[in-house]
Design a protein around this ligand. Sequence first.
Ligand code: FAD
Ligand code: NAP
Length: 336
Amino acid sequence: MITIQHNQSLQSFNTFGIDEQAERFVTVHSIRDIQQVLLQDPSPTVIGGGSNFLLTQPLSGITIKNEIKGITIVEENENDSLVAVQSGENWHEFVTWAVNHELGGIENMALIPGTVGAAPIQNIGAYGRELKDVFVQLEALSLQTGKIETFSKADCEFGYRDSIFKRHAKGKYFITTVYLRLQSKPHRLYLDYGAIQQELTNNHITQPTIKDVYQTVIRIRESKLPSPHILGNAGSFFKNPVISTEAFHLLQSQYPQIPHYTVNNMAIKIPAAWLIDQCGWKGKQIGQAGCYQNQPLVLVNHGNAKGSEILHLAKAIQASVVEKFAIALEMEVNIW
Ligand code: FAD
Ligand code: NAP
C-alpha cells in the first residue's frame, strides 16, 4: 500500500539542502510498491539519499524515495562471498556491515553518502577503488514495462564516474538489487592512494586490517569534507578531467608544478580541485553559494541558496577554467 504526499518539501531529501517541492512524493518499500506508482505516473523521478543531484526547480509528477531494504549472502566459499543488497540500503552502513563480517573490497569506499541502488549509476569510487571492482550484476525494474531485467557488469558499461544509467538508460530503470563479490580473509588491501598509507604510518599501524583501512578512510574524509548536515553539498561537483598526453605536455610547459596522474599512455588525469584553486575560487562565495575552503571541488550551500545560485557559481567556475587552461570541467552532480 503506497501513500502519496502532495507538495512535499525536498529540503531534507537532498544533501545540498535546497528547498524545492515534489508535486507528488511517495516512499517505496518493495517492487510491488514501485509497480503501483507506475500505474499513476509512467515516468517518476527516483531518489535515494539525495547526495548527487542539484534541484534548480520543483519536481513535477511523482518522486519516489527508495526504502527497499535487505542484505543476503547468496553464496560463500573460502575465497569470497556473493552478497545481494537491496537498493534502498545506505551505502556506508553496508560497508560497515561488510567490514564487520570480515568481507573485503569496499573498505576504501567508506563514508560515501547515499544508497546502494545509486552506486552503479556513477560507478562510485574513492581512494583507488570503484564499485565495478566488486560488482557482479544488478536487477532493475524497467519503468517502461514494469518488469525486472538483469544487467551484467558488461551491460552496465562502467567508466570513470559513469555507466549506461547516466547515458542511454538514464531515467528508464529503478535499480532494485545489486550483487557484489566480496573477499574473505586473507584480504588484499589497497593503500597506495591519497593519504591512506601516511595516515596509517602516523597511527603506527604496520599490519593493517580492512577495519584499519575503513577507519583511516573515515578519519581522512571527516577531516577534509564538509558534513552535509552542517554545510549543504553533494561532494565533488565536477569530475577530474582526463586529457591527452599532448595537451598535458603543453600545459606542463606553462605550469611545471601541475599535479597529474597517468591514466594510460594516451591520457592524463588532472585534479579539478587544483585547476579551480589556480583560478582563485577556493573559499569564494557568490550569494549563498560557495566554493569550499578545504576542497574547492566541493560547492556548498552557505544557508538558503537556491539551486540556480549554486548552478550559476558552477558555470562561472567552468568558464574561468576554460579561459585559463582550455579544459572543460564536466559536472558530476545531476542537475534537475
Ligand atoms: P541520489 O542523489 O538520490 O540520486 C543520484 C542519481 O541516481 C539520480 O539520477 C537518481 O535518479 C539516480 N538513482 C538513485 N537511486 C536509484 C535507483 N535505485 N535506481 C535508479 N536510479 C537511481 N561519490 C563518489 O563516487 N565517491 C565519493 O567519494 C563521494 N563522496 C561524496 C561525499 C559527500 C559529502 C557527498 C555529499 C557526496 C559524495 N559522492 C561521492 C556523491 C554521492 O554520494 C554518490 O554519487 C552516491 O552514489 C549518490 O547516492 P544517492 O542515493 O544519494 O543518489
Ligand atoms: P586527494 O586524495 O586529495 O587527491 C586529489 C585527486 O587526485 C583525487 O581526486 C584523485 O582522483 C587523484 N588521486 C590521488 N591519488 C591518486 C593516485 N594514487 N592515483 C590516481 N589518482 C589519484 O582527493 P580527495 O578530494 O581527498 O578525495 C579522496 C578520494 O575520495 C578520491 O578518490 C575522490 O574521488 C573521492 N571523493 C569523491 C567525491 C565525489 O563526490 N565524487 C567526494 C569526495 C571524495 P579521483 O577522484 O579520480 O580518485
